[in-house]
Design a protein around this ligand. Structure first.
Ligand code: C2E
Ligand code: MG
Ligand code: MG
Length: 869
């Protein structure tokens, strides 16, 4: 097999094999053709030649006969002799031919041949007879012998020859057919062998081609893969010829490509990395460059801005060199000083100022500049027109990159504006913007100055604390704007009412202070006081409204009532409260009594804080009577304070204090809980028992009140519809949505709402309409004066009809006499409350008096009886 390692040799061997096969086939074919020719030649030599001899014999005998027949007919002797000669020759030739035929003859039976020979012999004899007669010119005899004697022999010979020919023909045919059959067989074998050889050849070629094509295809696929860049799998080609070599070479090439690819990739990666790092470097440097450019632009812009700002700055700026010579001045500086830029440039700025500033300041400035430090100070500069102007200068050293001072930058501040602003700020800090009067701070400052002077001169100072009566009402009802206008007018009147040197200040809100200094005695203030009160006698006309406002004035005297401003202020304030209590529109000097009162108030407050802990609070109940039936309807719960320090304190003394301090919230909650619990017990005896309880406006802050009432009702199980909450008009003035919501919630809960002390406040119809009130309680001051003053009766009557018109229940408070009751009955008032029926009494007492009645006693008797008790 080693011989066929080369593909060329394989091909040669294949085609050589096929050639040999073809040669064999050709030789075989040739052999077969030779054999068949030989066989046919044999047949011809064996059979056909004999047949031809037979035919020849046939012909010769025929011709011989013709000459025999013709001979007797000849007359010419010479012709006869010639003829006899020809006849004899023919007889010889026939004889020779017959001998030859006999020698060749194999197929003709010896029988036939003997017959032919005997017939021939006989015929020969006849022919000799003829010849003898002819020679002797006995033609007739010759003719007779020929016609009657020889004819039968001749015919016999002819017939026998015919028989031999026929048999020979058959033998030839048989031999021919046999040979042909043999040929046919040979041809078939040859065809088969040829076909087999051809098939083997084709098969071989096909197999060869197939194996070749598989290997070539795998090579082609590999080449295709390679061309697409897939170099991973090696090519496998069977065999050990050129194709295998080609595959090996291919694999080698692929390996090399892979190696080179790897190398290339590595090189590429390295290149990529280098490119990337280079790109990053480039980007960074680009960014840096960009930042630098931006920075430069920014610097340029800021420089430009700076120079523009400096040029256009309203602040005067100049730059001086290290020796103090001015290099640059901006427009503002030029404008401010009046000098031109050329006047100033090159001049020492120290010359500008040193003549006008104190030596020590100039020294400080020079020392600072030499030390490279900032200097800030105010200097007086001589202007171009010769005038002097105060300037605030900030001189800052300008350093170069090496931190060396190259210049000085001086900024001149416009002190005038600042001073104006300072003055304004000072004014705002000391004066009230609404009234332009000194404020509390300035007033205190002035007071301390006046006190200092008074101390030196041993004179007296009077401090007045003035509060406008009921100003809050005006503010609340007419609005703050009107209130402000009123305050301005009041301030103006006050200012006019005092001497020029006296100070009128606004303490805040509707409170004013008046300071009178240099007095010999406190009483010296009275004329001024009178002036002030007189000034408020006239009404104020504000936006078409004629408003009457009176002052309540408290006075404190230095040094009698205090030797420092705050003490004097406090005492004047307390005295003002006393003036209010004195009935307003009056004044009151501070005295020991007020002092004691204020102390007592403080003490009261301290004690009140512990009242609940110490169980000092108690509820009293005052009956509410149905006027028509004179029956008890319920009671109003009224708080009492059994103080261990002050004894029984009335609500008028502690409710206000409790409201101011916020203690009312706890006290009110306590009252609500206890009253509900108590009322629930009484409800068992009087099912419709109505509990009326006062709730302070302060309790409405933060909307806790609804929760308090809800809890009290739930805990006591007292029905909400039998609880009446009494509020005063003051609660409603501010139109607070919190209050509105709380009242609506209470109404929704079923709690009755009563307007207490109606008539003492604004008595506004709108409140009654806008809020869900059920009851109107007419204040006792009206009931009290009703009998004496018909105006009051009219008011009461109007209140009753108004209440009725609004569908409200009416309660008259403070009914003390039968007369009052008669009027109220006449006016159609439904409920009455007052000493006529009963004073507020503790719960136990109320139970005894009102919840149990003696047997046999009528309701009316019981009621009046109780009142007596
Ligand atoms: P008010 O709610 O108008 O209560 C009626 C006041 O009139 C009670 O005074 C009562 O004793 C008094 N009074 C009733 N009938 C007559 C009479 O015929 N003649 C006279 N001269 N007076 C009569 P009191 O108990 O001193 O209460 C004063 C005010 O204190 C109450 O006025 C009310 O505003 C407040 N107050 C009382 N208790 C409470 C409370 O628990 N909470 C709150 N927030 N305020 C309360
Ligand atoms: Mg009341
Ligand atoms: Mg009342």
């Amino acid at each position: 097999m080693r011989r066929f390692r080369s593909f060329r040799k394989k091909l040669l061997a294949a085609f050589g094999g096929i050639g040999i096969l073809v040669m064999i086939m050709l030789l075989l074919g040739n052999q077969i053709a030779g054999v068949s020719i030989k066989q046919f030649t044999q047949v011809i030599s064996d059979q056909v030649e004999v047949l031809a001899s037979a035919n020849d014999l046939h012909l010769r005998i025929g011709r011989l006969r013709l000459v025999e027949i013709e001979l007797p007919s000849l007359t010419d002797y010479f012709a006869v002799v010639t003829e006899i000669q020809s006849l004899k020759k023919q007889i010889e030739e026939f004889q020779a031919e017959l001998d030859r035929f006999e020698a060749q003859q194999q197929h003709a039976s010896s029988e036939v041949m003997r017959s032919i020979r005997s017939s021939w012999n006989l015929y020969q004899k006849d022919l000799q007879t003829v010849i003898r007669h002819a020679t002797s010119m006995e033609m007739a005899e010759a003719s007779r012998v020929s016609t009657y004697q020889s004819d039968s022999h001749f015919k016999n010979i002819q017939r026998l020859l015919q028989t031999v020919t026929n048999s020979m023909k058959q033998a030839v045919r048989a031999a021919y057919l046999e040979t042909e059959a043999e040929q046919q067989q040979l041809r078939s074998s040859f065809t088969f062998v040829s076909l087999l050889g051809l098939f083997i050849g084709i098969l071989f070629v096909l197999l060869f081609a197939r194996s070749l094509s598989i290997r070539v295809t795998s090579l082609r696929d590999a080449a295709e893969r390679l061309s697409q860049g897939h170099t991973s799998s090696p090519i496998h080609v069977d065999g050990d010829d050129e194709l295998t070599n080609l595959a090996d070479a291919f694999n080698q090439m692929q390996k090399q490509i892979q190696t080179r690819e790897r190398a290339l990739k590595e090189a590429h990666d390295t290149l990529e990395m280098r490119v990337e790092s280079r790109t990053q470097e480039l980007n960074q440097s680009n960014l840096q460059l960009q930042q630098e450019m931006e920075e430069r632009q920014r610097v340029e812009i800021s420089l430009k801005l700076l120079s523009q700002a400096m040029e256009q700055s309203p602040v005067g700026v100049f730059i001086a060199d290290i020796k103090g010579r001015i290099d640059y001045v901006n427009d503002a500086f030029v404008k401010n000083t009046g000098y031109s830029s050329s006047d100033l440039t090159g001049e020492s700025f120290l010359l500008l100022i040193q003549k006008t500033i104190p030596r020590d300041v100039a020294r400080e400035l020079i020392v600072n500049m030499n030390a490279g430090m900032e200097w800030h100070g105010e200097v007086e500069v001589k202007l171009e027109d010769g005038s002097l102007e105060w300037m605030s200068l900030l001189i800052t050293p300008v350093k170069n990159a090496a931190q060396q001072i190259t210049h000085f930058l001086a900024i001149k501040e416009d002190v005038t504006v600042r001073k104006q602003q300072e003055a304004k700020i000072l004014y705002q800090a000391q004066f009230d913007s609404l009234t332009d009067l000194p404020n509390r701070a300035l007033a205190m400052d002035r007071l301390s100055q006046i006190i200092a002077t008074a101390e030196r001169h041993e004179s007296k100072v009077v401090l007045m604390f003035l509060d406008l009566d009921d100003f809050k009402k005006i503010n609340d009802s007419l609005g703050h704007e009107m209130g402000d206008k009123l305050l301005m007018q009041a301030a103006a009147r006050l200012r006019k009412a005092v001497r020029k040197n006296d100070t009128v200040a606004r303490q805040g809100g509707d409170e004013f202070l008046v300071i009178l200094g240099g007095l010999a005695a406190g009483a010296d203030a009275e004329p001024v006081l009178e002036n002030i009160l007189k000034a408020f006698n006239r009404s104020f006309l504000v936006d078409g409204h004629d408003l009457v406002v009176t002052p309540s004035i408290g006075l404190a005297v230095y040094p009698d009532d205090g030797d420092d401003p705050s003490r004097l202020l406090r005492h004047a304030d307390l005295a003002m409260y006393q003036a209010k209590e004195d009935g307003r529109n009056t004044f009151h000097f501070y005295n020991q009594m007020i002092h004691d009162y204020s102390l007592q108030r403080l003490e009261l407050e301290r004690e009140l804080r512990h009242a609940l802990d110490r169980d000092e609070m108690e509820l009293y109940y005052q009956p509410l009577i149905d006027i028509k039936s004179r029956q008890l309807m319920g009671a109003e719960a009224l708080m009492r304070w059994n103080s261990r320090a002050f004894g029984l304190v009335s609500p008028s003394q502690f409710i206000g204090l409790a409201e101011q301090t916020g203690l009312i919230v706890q006290l009110g909650e306590w009252a609500m809980q206890h009253a509900c619990q108590q009322a629930c017990l009484w409800q068992n005896l009087l099912p419709d028992f109505l509990l009326s309880i006062n709730v302070s406006p302060r309790q409405f802050r933060g909307s806790f009140i609804t929760g308090t009432i809800q809890r009290s009702l739930e805990r006591s199980m007292f029905p909400a519809r039998q609880l009446q909450v009494e509020v005063t008009e003051g609660l409603l003035i501010r139109n607070n949505p919190e209050v509105q919501e709380a009242l609506t919630t209470l109404d929704r809960m079923g709690v009755r709402l009563a307007m207490d002390d109606f008539g003492t406040g604004y008595s506004s119809l709108s409140y009654l309409k806008n809020f869900p009130f059920h009851t109107l309680k007419i204040d006792r001051s009206f009931i009290n004066d009703m009998t004496e003053d018909p105006n009051y009766r009219t008011i009461v009557s109007a209140a009753i009809s108004m209440g009725k018109a609004l569908g409200l229940s009416l309660v008259a408070e403070g009914v003390e006499t039968e007369e009052q009751l008669a009027i109220l009955t006449e006016e159609g008032c439904e409920t009455a409350q007052g000493f006529l029926f009963g004073k507020p009494i503790p719960a136990a007492e109320f139970s005894d008096c009102w919840m149990e009645k003696d047997e046999g006693e009528s309701d009316e008797e019981a009621i009046y009886g109780m009142a007596d008790r």
